[in-house]
Design a protein around this ligand. Structure first.
Ligand SMILES: Cc1cc2nc3c(=O)[nH]c(=O)nc-3n(C[C@H](O)[C@H](O)[C@H](O)COP(=O)(O)O)c2cc1C
Length: 172
């Protein structure tokens, strides 16, 4: 798939089939995510692979009952790592490590789509609860839950604000 086509055709998928997603693909996917840029190349991101359905059920509940997280055969929780970004002080912890994680997430969304699979970036969740479920150490902040599986829906493209309204030349 052409990159431009992948960017244009990707959709958030919230309905998944039961077909298994091989662990080899998940590893390849994380490798592609990890190719994304990172602040000072400190790579302040970690990935928790959740194959266990009961754990995914708990994650779904912690994510305001987004139960499709349990329906996908696997989920990857992309996290920011405060320890690895400590060199950059407050800006590192409040911004760079989140951007490191976000850059990886977008690579992963495109790679998932390229593979013919579906995913949605889930950001609405109770962070404390997710950290407890996954036993995350206190220097790890969960940024997004990515349920991954066979797509059972083909949503229309969501409307975008005309780009002219977003572009500002020289000054605001
Ligand atoms: C930071 C962030 C948080 C999001 N959180 C959720 C979420 O909790 N649940 C959900 O269903 N979609 C979530 N989304 C997906 C958006 O709803 C979706 O990207 C947007 O509606 C545009 O649709 P598209 O991805 O199909 O282009 C999130 C996306 C981002 C970038």
């Amino acid at each position: 798939m052409e990159l431009k086509e992948a960017i244009q055709d990707r959709r958030s998928i919230r309905r998944f089939g039961k077909k298994e997603v091989p662990r080899e693909f998940i590893i390849e996917l994380i490798e592609l995510g990890h190719m994304a840029p990172s602040a000072g190349n400190l790579q302040a991101r970690d990935f928790v692979v959740v194959e266990d359905q009961d754990t995914r059920r708990k994650l779904g509940r912690a994510a305001l009952d987004q139960d499709f997280i349990a329906e996908a055969p696997v989920a990857v929780v992309v996290c920011a790592n405060f320890e690895r970004i400590a060199h950059y002080g407050v800006r590192g912890v409040t911004l760079y490590c989140l951007q490191d994680a976000a850059a990886a997430i977008q690579n992963m969304l495109l790679a998932i789509h390229d593979k013919g699979l579906g995913c949605v970036w889930v950001g609405a969740f109770d962070e404390e609860e997710v950290s407890r479920i996954l036993n995350l150490p206190n220097f790890i902040r969960p940024v997004a839950i990515l349920p991954i599986g066979e797509p059972l829906s083909q949503p229309e493209a969501r409307k975008r604000i005309p780009v002219e309204e977003l572009i500002h030349y020289e000054k605001w």
